[in-house]
Design a protein around this ligand. Structure first.
Ligand code: NAG
Ligand code: NAG
Ligand code: NAG
Length: 505
């Protein structure tokens, strides 16, 4: 009886806390003025700008494999860029630029306030190859406009960002606007193959020039999603504030070979099969409540139904049922934990021979709240069999988590710029499940934001590296203006103090 009473009391207290927190998280400030076509500094997508983008899409600047790319086309695309933006490349005394390793490009735009730390904008000029040519609605290197969409390989990955950054910078310089804060622009040429001839050489060059630190970095990444996240209405601008790490493992079991007429009780295949099964049956623990994904769900609150709000505002309370729910879908499961994919399994020589060796390859994508060592230790404990040899073939730690609070300058610059273009959007920090060129620049700043101002609707995410890659004409205009606002907003000396929206209960 006593226990019952106490239980109700606790529940009452929890209910009150719950409501307080729900209300609190729902009241996010929104103090941005929208970008309008009538603004004196609005950059309209006139015929000239549209044609420049279409021409950029015409270059078959394809990277196939590390060291295997259309270097001539990549070089020509660079020549086109240099010829097309006269203020950046010739007239402006504020800009210095150079080719890096012949095919990549690095720019420095001098600001007039040397006390402000510079920042870095990144994009890449190579694209992935085209497949299923017959299924495209327009030729992939045509830049053709059809029903309001610009088609072509590179429209969302990543010539949109290359050309958007250039148009915004050219507009600023040709309007005689001098930035206060200096910035760098890096266009790598081998992002798609994670090569080390492009962005990695740009990073080396920056280091040689004595650059040690930048205020923040913006590179391609996550996008503005609409109608894609279950139960969330309106656009959501997801900003990748970290990237998952990678561990590739080689599991093997070696046993003396023998004849199949007198088999041992267990074979290498059986032992390894059990190990693999244990890995699949014991997924890595849910990290919900421990990191970025919690901040992401909480930032989504203003766009949710009341019931969702109550749950999401109180992840500390609903952690277990919520983890269970999110684990059921591969796309959300990937956000809350280190995932495990057994990708190769090899063994066996002959029908009548006991196999001497069984080998399996395991591909882990590591949650930012875990380390590589923790992942390997967990696997070892789960497999719990010394006959299974576990070797790390390749690994990369998850990237540090970039600041994404009310007092993080880079994040707030990005957030403000997004809301000027998409006033109804919520901006949420997120974990990027894939990887980009940013790993080369982690020594320059922990504030790395992976975001592309691409507005995506259901069906669009499949266009990344896929068929009918395209961007609406309107969206491309938004891309240009987004980068222009970003450059202007970064000229602020700092943030004015804002009250934290995250009270610790
Ligand atoms: C740069 O690349 C282009 C295209 O492959 C090539 O024609 C040119 O000779 C290269 N220049 C240098 C200096 O390597
Ligand atoms: C995996 O381990 C086995 C056994 O040690 C070895 O023969 C094989 O070369 C390894 N494979 C890789 C990709 O490291
Ligand atoms: C970053 O700095 C560390 C320590 O100086 C160094 O070991 C590492 O190689 C650097 N990373 C890159 C990508 O340059």
């Amino acid at each position: 009886m006593l226990r019952m009473v106490r239980l109700t009391l606790t529940e009452d207290v929890e209910a009150v806390v719950l409501i307080v927190r729900t209300v609190h998280l729902s009241q996010r400030p929104a103090q941005t003025s929208q970008c309008r076509q009538t603004d004196s500094d609005f950059i309209p997508l006139n015929e000239e700008r549209l044609q420049r983008f279409q021409k950029a899409l015409g270059f078959e600047s394809v990277s196939r494999d590390s060291g295997d790319s259309n270097t001539d086309e990549i070089f020509k695309f660079g020549e086109f860029i240099i010829a097309s933006f006269p203020h950046i490349h010739r007239h402006s005394p504020l800009v210095t630029w150079e080719r890096v390793n012949n095919l990549s490009l690095l720019y420095h735009i001098q600001g007039n306030d040397p006390s402000l730390k510079p920042y870095l904008l990144m994009a890449h000029i190579d694209v992935v190859p085209v497949t299923n040519l017959d299924q495209w609605d327009a030729p992939p290197f045509s830049g053709e406009v059809k029903d309001g969409f610009i088609y072509g390989r590179g429209t969302i990955d990543d010539k949109n960002n290359v050309m958007g950054i250039l148009e915004a910078t050219e507009f600023m310089l040709s309007s005689n606007i001098k930035p206060k804060r200096s910035f760098y622009i890096s266009f790598g040429h081998d992002e798609e193959t994670r090569g080390n001839a492009g962005a990695s050489q740009v990073a080396n060059l920056l280091r040689q020039k004595g650059v040690k630190e930048v205020e923040f970095i913006v590179d391609e990444g996550m996008t503005v999603l609409e109608g894609i996240i279950d139960g969330v209405a309106g656009p959501v601008a997801s900003v990748g504030v970290t990237e998952k790490g990678i561990v590739l493992l080689n599991l093997s079991v070696e046993l003396p070979p023998g004849h199949s007429s007198m088999p041992p009780r267990e074979t290498a295949i059986g032992i390894l099969a059990r190990a693999v099964l244990r890995l699949e049956e014991n997924p890595h623990p849910s990290m919900l409540g421990a990191g970025v994904e919690t901040d992401m769900f909480e930032s989504l609150v203003p766009k949710m139904s009341y019931l969702q709000r109550v749950v999401i505002s109180n992840i500390w309370l609903f952690r277990y049922p919520l983890s269970w729910l999110l684990s059921r879908k591969p796309s959300t499961n990937a956000v809350i934990r280190t995932v495990t994919a057994v990708t190769i399994f090899n063994s066996g020589v002959k029908f009548n021979m006991i196999p001497p060796l069984a080998e399996a390859k395991v591909n882990h994508r590591v949650h930012p709240s875990q380390t590589i060592q923790e992942v390997v230790d967990y696997d070892r404990a789960v497999i719990n069999d010394p006959r299974v040899k576990i070797e790390v073939v390749y690994s990369m730690e998850p990237h540090p988590v970039a600041g994404h609070g009310e007092s993080d300058f880079g994040y707030q610059v990005l957030r403000t710029s997004v809301r000027q273009i998409w006033p109804e959007a919520v901006v949420v920090p997120a974990i990027m499940v894939g990887n980009t060129d940013t790993f080369n620049f982690l020594n320059f700043s922990t504030n790395v934001y992976r975001f592309s101002p691409t507005h995506m609707f259901p069906g669009d995410p499949e266009r990344f590296h896929g068929i009918n890659e395209r961007m609406s004409v309107k969206n491309y205009e938004q891309v240009i203006n987004f980068f222009y606002h970003l450059i202007r907003n970064a000229d602020q000396a700092g943030l004015s103090p804002v009250h934290s929206a995250h009270p610790d209960l």
